[in-house]
Each structure stands twice: as C-alpha cells, then as structure tokens.
Design a protein around this ligand. Structure first.
Ligand SMILES: C[S@@+](CC[C@H](N)C(=O)[O-])C[C@H]1O[C@@H](n2cnc3c(N)ncnc32)[C@H](O)[C@@H]1O
Length: 293
C-alpha cells in the first residue's frame, strides 16, 4: 500500500523520532534521533544544521521508519547504522561482533599510560578490533596480532584496521585463543610486550536475563563465559606467561563483580603488580598484571 504520511523535513523527522523514543523510555532519545537522521543522509551534525529543513526523500523516510521500529524493539542505534565510535575512532560493526562498549576504553587508556614503549601487542578475542586498532593507532611504532575464533569477526577487524590505517602493522589469526598463533612443538612461542583481552565473561545461565539490546544483538560467542563466566580467564591466565616477554603486561577487561576471582587466578599463576582499575562509573573494569622478570 502506498505510504500516505506527509513528507517531513530532516528536522521534523528528528523531532518525531525523539518523541517516539522518549515515549518508549529509551535513554538518550534525542541523541539516538539525531544519529539516525544524520546517518540516513550520511550527514555531519553541521550539515544537519544547514539542511535540516530539506524534505526527506521517500527512500530515506522508509529507512527511518524501519530504524524507528527496530529501535523501539530494542536494537541499539549502532547496530542499525553499522558503526560505532570507540576511543574517538569510527568502527564498522555487524552482527558478528560485539558492539564496542565505552567502558572498554578504560583498557586502552591503561595500556597507553602504562606501556607506552610497547612494540608488540596481542589481542585475544578481537571482535571489531576496537582494542588493538585503537592501541596501534596511538602507538605508531607497535605491531599487533589479533585473534578471534570467529572468521566473520576477523573480517570486520581487518576492515577496521584498513580503514583506520593500521592494517600494515596488524596480523589477524583465526582460532582458539593462543592455539591460533600456531603451535609447532619444540618451537619457542612468540612473545609480546602486552597481551590484552576482553573475553566472553557472562555466566551461561545469566545470558537469558540480559537486556534485549545485548541478548538479542551481540553474538553469543562474544558473551558466553561458561558455567561461572570465568572459563576463558582460567585458560588465558594459565597460558599467557609463555607468550609474554619478561615484565610484559597482561590486561583483562572483567565483569564488575569478577575482580576478586580474576586477581586470585593471577596470583596463583605467579604474576606480579596485580591491580584492579575502575571505569568512569567507578566500577571494577580491568585486572592488569606483569609477568615476573
Ligand atoms: C566480549 S567479545 C570482545 C570483542 C572486542 N575485543 C571488544 O572488546 O569489543 C569476545 C570476543 O572473543 C571471541 N572469542 C570467543 N571465544 C573465543 C575463543 N575460544 N578463541 C578466540 N576468540 C574467542 C568472540 O568471537 C568475541 O569476538
């Protein structure tokens, strides 16, 4: 059936969307409306200010209606427009990768502050590549390796590395944690100045209780950390020592109630300078440590 709704300008669409989102109790309703309206016409905020009274063409109105309905059904805006700003950089995302979280910027901050001299960085579970690409972007003399079990996720990370001009310094490897690096028995494993990881850390039985924007839109492989959420920390901590240079740093993002458990795992594996770092909301967000010299 032909659409008989009146043609609206970009500014009117922005208003309509913000009203619909506010009525549905969506946080940041005005921001979401602005992001969708600028994205539909690939405009900057400044261009929206100049062209706000232009009439939106029918194809774009159709797209905005689809996005409005999906947003009202719980889809995050970043999933709808296919990209997300992280550490001041624009990352492409799709349904194969975790939507990068602002909290994860804490890990990039910590590595840049504590290991500015790092020349080699390994990212385990790279997803969109947001951690390693941001780190390499700010450490122009460093090289990195990004690992993911999902080849579809690695495809996104490769694209982001290319778009953000670090592709020539990043190798991408598909597989299960360190096994992705290859394991010729007898060979010395590659050793890194820094290993970072934001592994899946939600306990399997809690996944059904997550908010719809996470449960229905982030890949299960990015979320499910086994029966107690600690499965992948155990595995990585047990093996990381062999892949770190002496005094190399291990940086984990954690769920905000997992600090004690992850600290205990690191203590048992003989790391030193183990410390917990909080995010901007004051919640425990990282556990970092150093391999003994
Ligand atoms: C929580 S997401 C983190 C993504 C990205 N680093 C970030 O911070 O947004 C965890 C990632 O680990 C990957 N992953 C899960 N299990 C893995 C495994 N056994 N080996 C390698 N990667 C794995 C997932 O595909 C996912 O991309």
């Amino acid at each position: 059936m032909a659409d008989r709704s009146p043609a609206l300008s970009y500014r009117q669409w922005q208003y309509e969307l913000s009203q619909a989102f506010a009525a549905a109790d969506i946080d940041n309703s005005m921001l979401d409306a602005r992001v969708l309206v600028t994205a539909v016409n690939r405009m900057t905020d400044t261009q929206l200010a100049v062209h706000g009274d232009d009439i939106v063409p029918p194809a774009q109105s159709h797209q905005l209606r689809l996005w409005r309905d999906a947003r009202l059904a719980g889809a995050p805006v970043s999933r709808l427009i296919g990209h997300r700003e992280f550490y001041g950089l624009d990352f492409k995302i799709n349904h194969h990768v975790l939507d990068p979280r602002p909290d994860s910027e804490t890990l990039v901050d910590a590595v840049l502050a504590q290991k500015p001299e790092a020349r080699s960085v390994l990212d385990l579970g790279t997803g969109s590549g947001c951690l390693i690409v941001s780190i390499l972007h700010h450490l122009p003399n460093a090289c990195g390796v990004a690992v993911d079990k999902s080849s579809a996720a690695l495809h996104v990370a490769r694209l982001n590395a290319h778009r953000l001009s670090v592709r020539s310094r990043l190798a991408l490897r598909q597989g299960h944690w360190f096994a992705a690096l290859g394991s010729n028995l007898g060979d010395k494993p590659p050793q890194f100045d820094v290993i970072v990881s934001n592994p899946p850390y939600i306990a399997s039985h809690e996944i059904a209780t997550l908010k719809v924007n996470v449960r229905d839109h982030d890949p299960r492989l990015a979320l499910d950390g086994g029966a107690d959420g600690l499965r992948d920390y155990r595995h990585i901590i047990a093996k990381a020592g062999a892949y770190l240079k002496p005094a190399g740093g291990l940086y984990f993002e954690i769920g905000h109630q997992q600090a004690d458990d992850v600290v205990a795992l690191m203590q048992r594996s003989g790391y030193e300078k183990i410390h917990v770092i909080r995010d901007l909301a004051g919640l425990d967000r990282l556990v970092a440590a150093v391999k003994k010299k």
